[in-house]
Design a protein around this ligand. Structure first.
Ligand code: AMP
Length: 248
């Protein structure tokens, strides 16, 4: 811990605290996450272990970089590259007025980071603006891999209705739009085998309250419930929407 000078607290959750710190030797500004461990040394929060195991392997410009891991009996400390803000705060500040080129740049970077994770058999499962960090140059980084899973390893199934076909875009997608049922319930026509899925429950048929074409006119194939029909992050990057686009 001597390596880092604490500058300020930047976040806190039930079992973690996040600080902005400076590496005393390199002067680099970093984000240090303390995860409190219970007295029982084996009781390391599984989400923290996942985050650390997965991130150690994931090195990409659009995935938050894990620099250091320190472990003691009482806490686990993860040292990340520092980002200036998350997209939730950025969106709140813009009050919905976003330049289409900025949206395209964010989406492109998100898909690049996601495509990279998926090609390394990792699904994030908790994509939301708070978990997308942004630095001063407009670079987007996928963060908080606490809910992520490595597919290919036998694990408990967390997907929609228990569908084991773990497709790699937005599959934890619930909640992709947290407070409303924008997508509605998938109909028999949209996802014929839903009723055969192990955790299927006959929920009320919430209607699709908005047209996907309005939300993502160029890339609405990313938001299809049925994983078989939904395009992947890497396929999305090939869509005409991104052609000739140079990100920031
Ligand atoms: P997390 O537990 O990773 O979801 O982090 C919670 C919040 O802390 C995020 O929404 C960010 O606002 C902030 N945060 C997380 N990681 C960083 C980081 N590396 N740099 C700056 N802020 C961060």
């Amino acid at each position: 811990m001597q390596k880092y000078k604490k500058l300020e607290k930047i976040g806190e959750g039930t079992c973690w605290t996040l600080f902005k710190v400076k590496n005393r030797k390199t002067q680099e500004i970093l984000a240090l996450k303390w995860v409190r461990l219970d007295d029982d040394a084996e009781d390391v929060p599984s989400s923290a272990l996942w985050e650390f195991c997965l991130l150690k392997e994931l090195k990409h410009k659009n995935v938050i970089r894990l620099h250091d891991i320190l472990h003691s009996n009482e806490k686990l400390t993860l040292v990340f590259e520092f980002c200036d803000q998350d997209l939730k705060k950025y969106f709140d500040r813009c009050s919905g007025a976003l330049d289409p080129e900025i949206i395209k740049s964010f989406l492109l970077q998100l898909l690049k980071g996601l495509g990279f994770c998926h090609s390394h058999n990792v699904v994030h499962r908790d994509l939301k603006p708070q978990n997308l960090l942004m630095n001063r140059n407009g670079k987007i980084k996928l963060a908080d891999f606490g809910q992520a899973r490595a597919f290919g390893i036998p694990i408990r199934c967390y997907v929609l209705f228990g569908a084991k076909l773990y497709s790699t875009l937005g599959n934890a997608g619930w909640p992709l739009f947290p407070d409303n049922d924008l997508l509605g319930m998938p109909t028999k026509e949209q996802w014929p085998s839903t009723t055969k899925l192990p955790d299927y429950k006959p929920y009320p048929m919430y209607p699709d309250t908005t047209s996907l074409v309005n939300i993502m006119p160029k890339l609405n194939n990313l938001l299809i419930c049925n994983p078989v029909q939904r395009i992947s992050a890497l396929e999305a990057l090939q869509q005409p929407y991104f052609s000739n686009f140079c990100p920031l």
